[in-house]
Design a protein around this ligand. Sequence first.
Ligand SMILES: [Cu+2]
Length: 351
Amino acid sequence: MPRYIFCVYLLATLAIVSSLAAPAVNNEEKGSRPAAPGRRCSTIDRRQEWRRLTLKERLSYIKSVHCLHKLPPRVKTGSATNRHEEFQLTHVALTPRIHFVGQFYPWHRHFVTLYSKALHEECGYRGPTPYWNWSIDAEANVPLLESPLFDPITGFGGNGVSGTYTPPTDPEAEIIIFPDALPLEEMWKGCVQSGPFNDTSFHLNVGPGRMITNHCLVRGMDPRRLPELSKASVQRSLDAKSFEDLRLIGEGLGGIHNAGHALVGGEMLNLYSSPGDPIFYLHHAGLDWVWWKWQKADPVARLTDISGPTTQDGTTQATLDFPLEYHAWGVNITIRDVMDSSREPSCYTYE
Ligand SMILES: [Cu+2]
């Protein structure tokens, strides 16, 4: 088995990437700038923690993910074989430009919105967009696998099963893992065999990392990361005095971002291909919920507070005018457009 080396600082050097077969920009897809960013929304998605969805809503959400996984990609030139993978591939293609930078929170905010819109508009999902408040699991005195998030019927299924997956050989070091993860054998434990995304009903053609391979959904859970997702840990983000503090606390070592990825392991621990695991969107909605809560505590100052370098090794600071790119979809918006989630094009709040 190859030895994968990972380190946050390595990412800067890897920023040259994208040898992968990602979709090319298609001008016909251009022009999807929302009619009027900042405009009042006609409807509001009241996002809820997974456990607050009714069982019917949970099943309906899972069904819509399966639907997205069956729909053809919008951009035909990439390696994604369906809409779900198209989101994954978009993330793969942009990874070095959207992590450990000022646009990390805004970019992922809109990414989750786009995914949620796809579930609603293309797959008929009618319920609220779910998020994951990991601190409920961190404070509960029950094994992580008993969390409703990992329920085999009304959740995202369980852990990977040892011995069912062998990562591909990786001579070009295309598999880049989040920092401070478990040893490889444990984090790539195996294919998920239970629940709606098990080995027989759900496969991915994108990943691991920047590779394009047909594989099962891989997990290798690490409940030892739960303390990093405790109420106190979430509060540490909420106590941030500035956006700069918020993003450094959230995305830094020991922060809630890494910990949520490492808690699930496998595909989720892959910095590039993690959106292959459907739980990615609940984890990132959870991070967004923290940012939203933080903004709500002082909207006058915080709905316009943005900072952080625009490139991993650069010094230019992100501003509200910084463009957010979503690869071949041609979505044309700026950070300013997503600062207030209650306005177009986001149109949601958290309950
Ligand atoms: Cu990401």
